[in-house]
Design a protein around this ligand. Structure first.
Ligand code: UDP
Length: 354
């Protein structure tokens, strides 16, 4: 297949603003290329992706939808990079069999049936606004196999979605994540530092357990972190900054456990499979994708959402988890190769469904 990738319009590839989408796109670009497909990427100016010449598209970045209220309308700024990406792909569409959209936005969904190339969407987040729910649900019903999601929990967050929506999971480049068998390290938190990621609960657990907490991730909301620190003054917390995925793969293994305290329905939670790949057990709230990945009692623990007592208690039992089992779970279920194959199958079905 000749595949165009329409990247997220919230930030350039490599900036971290796109969160898990950035690594998902990278894994799929490499994985589908290895399977013999040709890939061309269209992304906001400033994007960097090793091994690919990215079409650099100028324009105003979109505001990430995770900051929107449920009733908020969908908006496009003047000179938006989203429009410019799709305008360029429209003009070059005869070069492609499939256009794979990574944007959580209405415009690409509304264009689904209007291109000569097949347009499909890998939806990166769960239900957030009524307006986007409407567009996603409607597209799933009107166009067979046009939509894929990462987890069942993500799909279930949309009511009325076509049962035909594909669940493709996610994947990790195993070679980039170093296994570490040591069980004595700090607690870890990986993710954008923002309200929906619930870093304050991880800080609370650091205080309750007396274990240090290391945070890796883009500081999107510094006030949020500062408030958490003043609320739990006895917690030992260090923000290690936003690091490249290569760096993360080298240091993450030092952690005793990864805490996943998300307040929203995490569509998947790439950080979960990245930590497990390093042998780090994961303790997650039973909410969204992470609870589908963690095998309770085998690769970590799942606890009642927002229950700090249960989470602190799970930290105390973490020594029972065999770190080799964590790595093995990812090798068997979430390799980048198996993810690319699932997406390849979905794209072939989408092409056949025209
Ligand atoms: N990440 C990173 N460097 C950091 C912190 C996070 O590269 O310092 C990556 C992390 O490895 C993961 C992504 O950011 O691939 C976050 O994805 P996830 O699905 O967990 O959450 P999202 O941000 O998409 O909600």
């Amino acid at each position: 297949m000749r595949i165009a990738f329409a990247s997220t319009p919230v930030g350039p590839l490599g900036s971290g603003v796109g969160g898990g989408v950035e690594l998902t796109l990278e894994i799929l670009a490499n994985g589908l290329k290895k399977l013999g497909h040709s890939i061309e990427i269209f992304a906001p100016s400033g994007s960097v992706l090793a091994g690919f010449a990215v079409n650099q598209i100028d324009g105003t970045l979109q505001t990430p939808t995770q900051d929107a209220d449920r009733g908020e309308p969908i908006s496009i700024a003047k000179g938006s990079v989203l429009e410019n990406i799709w305008d360029k792909i429209w003009r070059e569409q005869d070069k492609f069999d499939v256009v794979l959209n990574f944007a959580y936005d209405a415009l690409p969904m509304r264009l689904t049936g209007l291109f000569r190339a097949r347009v499909v969407h890998l939806v990166s987040m769960a239900s957030l606004t009524d307006a986007m729910d409407g567009v996603i649900v409607e597209t799933s019903i009107r166009y067979k196999a046009a939509i894929a999601m990462h987890s069942r929990a993500q799909a279930e967050s949309f009511s009325g979605l076509s049962p035909d929506v594909r669940i493709v999971g996610s994947g990790v480049a195993l070679d980039n994540y170093q296994f570490n068998g040591s069980v004595d390290g700090a607690l870890g938190f990986v993710g954008r530092v923002s309200a929906e990621k619930g870093v304050e609960d991880a800080v609370a657990i650091a205080e309750r357990t007396g274990l240090p907490l290391k945070i890796w991730g883009l500081l999107q909301d510094n006030d949020h972190l500062q408030r958490a620190k003043s609320r739990y003054p006895r917690a030992s917390v260090s923000h290690e900054g936003f690091v490249t995925s290569a760096q993360l793969g080298r240091v993450l293994g030092q952690c005793r456990a990864l805490l996943v305290t998300s307040k929203w329905v995490e569509a998947f939670g790439n950080v979960v499979i990245e930590a497990l790949a390093c042998g780090v057990p994961v303790i997650a709230y039973r909410r969204g994708g992470p609870a589908e990945i963690v095998v309770d009692g085998q690769t970590g623990f799942t606890v009642e959402p927002d229950n700090l007592t249960q989470m602190a208690e799970a930290v105390r039992r973490i020594g029972r988890i065999k770190r080799a089992d964590c790595r093995a779970h990812v090798t068997s279920n979430y390799s980048s190769e198996s993810f690319a194959r699932k997406v390849e199958n979905w794209l072939l079905e989408a092409l056949a469904a025209i």
